[in-house]
Design a protein around this ligand. Structure first.
Ligand code: ZN
Length: 252
């Protein structure tokens, strides 16, 4: 599993976009189509109406969104926080939200996406759980962020010293599961760890898990897959270093 910084991180967007779903060619903008679908389906309500309105003004490409995350992380890691200069694009929160990125990351108290990327509230749509696992509610949340809110990039961010990944490695070695509900994240992380060669490091497992969960988003959600196929949304993954404060982007 590669765990290297990318000189041109924009290239990662097209790794997942290669898998175009059937029927992906549409004359109508894919994003607009998804917005219309979301607005008329089960996601009806004031919040969606506001989100759709905000999305209509979406102005950043997936590559630009990733650059924004990269620059924010550099500021954060250098202790040069300027979050006050990056206020939400929606000037009045009650009128709706317009995040430019969705983040799936760990619930670990040492990882805070707004701090990690030096962003003010309103910029990041965040889904968190132990081990940054992709599960049904989280996937639905990411679909909402992509189709209705109009985020341009979805980033799965693992972190060094992740207890959920370490626990999964322990369960795979001993055959003992941690408990009825803790088992859920072990089950979701295990495929990523089991695919690694024997003797891999914990860091390898953490990186593999972030990449695996990112691929799961693409393979399990036709909504998001369609948006990546049209270039409206990019999916990336990375590992946040607790000691360095820096995100190392991965080849998903
Ligand atoms: Zn963790």
């Amino acid at each position: 599993m590669n765990c290297e910084s990318l000189a041109d991180s924009g290239s990662v967007f097209f790794i997942l976009s290669d898998r175009q779903p059937e029927g992906s060619l549409m004359s109508l903008s894919r994003r607009n189509f998804m917005i219309a679908a979301a607005s008329t389906a089960a996601l009806a309500g004031a919040s969606v109406a506001g989100a759709t309105s905000a999305n209509a003004a979406a102005s950043v490409t997936p590559a630009q969104a990733l650059r924004r995350l990269e620059r924010g992380n550099t500021r954060s890691a250098n202790g040069n926080l300027k979050a006050k200069n990056y206020s939400p694009l929606a000037s009045t929160p009650a009128k709706g939200q317009k995040p430019f990125a969705a983040i799936l990351t760990c619930a670990d108290s040492r990882t805070d996406p707004d701090f990690m990327f030096d962003m003010a509230p309103g910029n990041l749509f965040v889904v968190r759980n132990a081990g940054n696992c992709l599960e049904s509610v989280g996937l639905g949340s990411l679909e909402f962020a992509a189709a209705a809110l109009g985020v341009s990039v979805i980033a799965v961010i693992g972190h060094t010293e992740c207890g959920a990944v370490i626990a999964t490695e322990g369960s795979l070695k001993t055959g003992e599961m941690p408990g009825p509900h803790l088992d859920s994240f072990v089950d979701l992380i295990s495929p990523a760890v089991e695919a690694l060669p024997a003797g891999h490091s914990t860091q390898d497992a953490i990186a593999a898990n972030a990449s695996y969960q990112a691929r799961q988003i693409q393979s399990r959600s036709s909504t998001i897959a369609n948006l990546t196929a049209t270039g409206d949304v990019g999916i990336v993954s990375g590992v946040y270093g607790l000691a360095s404060g820096r995100v190392t982007w991965l080849q998903t």
